[in-house]
Design a protein around this ligand. Structure first.
Ligand SMILES: Nc1ncnc2c1ncn2[C@@H]1O[C@H](COP(=O)(O)OP(=O)(O)O)[C@@H](O)[C@H]1O
Ligand SMILES: [Mg+2]
Length: 368
């Protein structure tokens, strides 16, 4: 199935982490001196290097997650035991990104994913049937359609469960029995599927989703929960944004100059101030918009602005390109946001002196 497709992937819109960082993973496996847990592709120490960066022989390993190393150690240690891992936090705190990269390093594949929505059913978590085959031949192993979780059990791999808190409670309950018994029974075939060593689940959940607090205590008990925080300092957040914008721009082959540190500094400053409700120097209060203005949005704002500059501008990011991006990121179909943004422009940005003047004017023009 999809996880084994070996076609050239250069033409794919998005490469999974195991392809994107193939040579890093290969180097880590080659130079791994640690003990490798059953079903894993590399030792926990090598997984840690893959995620936080370092060296494998002569190969440079780029950091994937920038932030508290201890959290990553805890996440990896969880997966060494037979407990499942749940990453929770605000949107855009790299929950999905970390889950993908952990799966790529530990299991070699990140594509066994269940996307949680209100419409996710028990069948998405356990198995379903190919109905044409079921009608023709009755229940046979060939007619069985395994869920990504069932496939991970069979292979001793990692399944990812995205936005788990959006699922109905029956679906969450189905997961409880899988996690506690490590089997899925298929009564129609008189069979049981037992998980091989290495099987685990990495779930993610947004704390902004209403559903989160409704996750049952029984479900939460099956997981070690790790909270991913928003970046703690301006410098860290700038580093994250700079790195990811560079990677994404090169993946899309955008013919635009990378944002200057000055533009980066401005965008991240604005985001942090609106998010925290306070200016960086802590002197003034600022109102926060209704939507989430996460690191991930700063990244997409800058890549979008680069696309604008590359396609319709000079290739250099201008204040007008940035202003258009900021307006879109901050004002989310809500009149209140427009006022919040206006107030920020007049109370904070306008008073910031010459190097902010151009951006201020461009923002004012768009926000009206
Ligand atoms: N601490 C961080 N380290 C590295 N990248 C980060 C960090 N925080 C956010 N990002 C980047 O922001 C994006 C986060 O998106 P995503 O993982 O989809 O967020 P979430 O699932 O938490 O909503 C990714 O592109 C990721 O690289
Ligand atoms: Mg996510």
């Amino acid at each position: 199935m999809t996880e084994n497709v070996q076609e050239p992937l250069q033409d794919m819109m998005r490469q999974p982490a195991e392809r994107l960082y193939e040579h890093e993973l290969e180097a880590l496996r080659q130079h791994d001196k640690g003990r490798i847990p059953a079903g894993w592709q590399m030792s926990p120490q090598a997984v840690l290097t893959f995620i936080t960066g370092g060296k494998a022989g002569k190969t440079e390993i780029t950091p994937k997650y920038i932030g508290n190393r201890r959290l990553i150690e805890m996440a990896i240690a969880t997966l060494v035991t037979d407990r499942a891992l749940m990453l929770i936090g605000e949107p855009g705190t790299a929950k999905s990104w970390l889950s993908e990269n952990l799966s790529a390093a530990i299991y070699g594949h990140s594509g066994l994913v269940v996307q949680g929505t209100a419409g996710t059913s028990e069948e998405h978590v356990r198995y379903s049937w190919n109905y044409a085959m079921l009608l023709a031949n009755g229940p046979t192993p060939e007619a069985l359609v395994q869920s990504p979780i069932m496939r991970a059990m069979e292979k001793g791999g990692i399944a990812r469960f995205e936005e788990i808190s959006r699922c109905a409670s029956e679906v969450q309950d189905a997961l409880i029995s899988i996690l506690s018994e490590k089997t899925i029974s298929v009564p129609e075939l008189g069979k049981e599927m037992n998980a091989r060593k290495g099987f685990s689940i990495i779930a993610t959940a947004n704390t902004r989703d209403r559903g989160v607090n409704e996750m049952s205590a029984a479900l939460k008990r099956r997981f070690n929960i790790i909270v991913l925080p928003a970046p703690s300092t301006l410098e860290t957040e700038m580093e994250i944004v700079k790195k990811r914008v560079g990677e994404i721009a090169s993946a899309y082959d955008l013919q635009a100059a990378a944002p200057a540190d000055e533009a980066l500094h401005k965008v991240v400053t604005i985001f942090r101030e609106l998010r925290s409700g306070m200016t960086i120097d802590k002197k003034d209060k600022v109102k926060s918009p209704t939507g989430v203005i996460s690191t991930a949005e700063a990244i997409s704002l800058l890549t979008n602005s680069m696309a604008l500059a590359a396609s319709f501008g000079s290739g250099e990011l201008t204040d007008e390109d940035l202003a258009a991006g900021l307006q879109g990121a901050i004002v989310k179909d809500d009149e209140k946001d427009q006022l919040v943004w206006k107030e920020y422009l007049d109370q904070v940005m306008k008073k910031r002196g010459a190097e902010w003047r151009g951006l201020y004017k461009a923002c004012k023009e768009i926000n009206g």
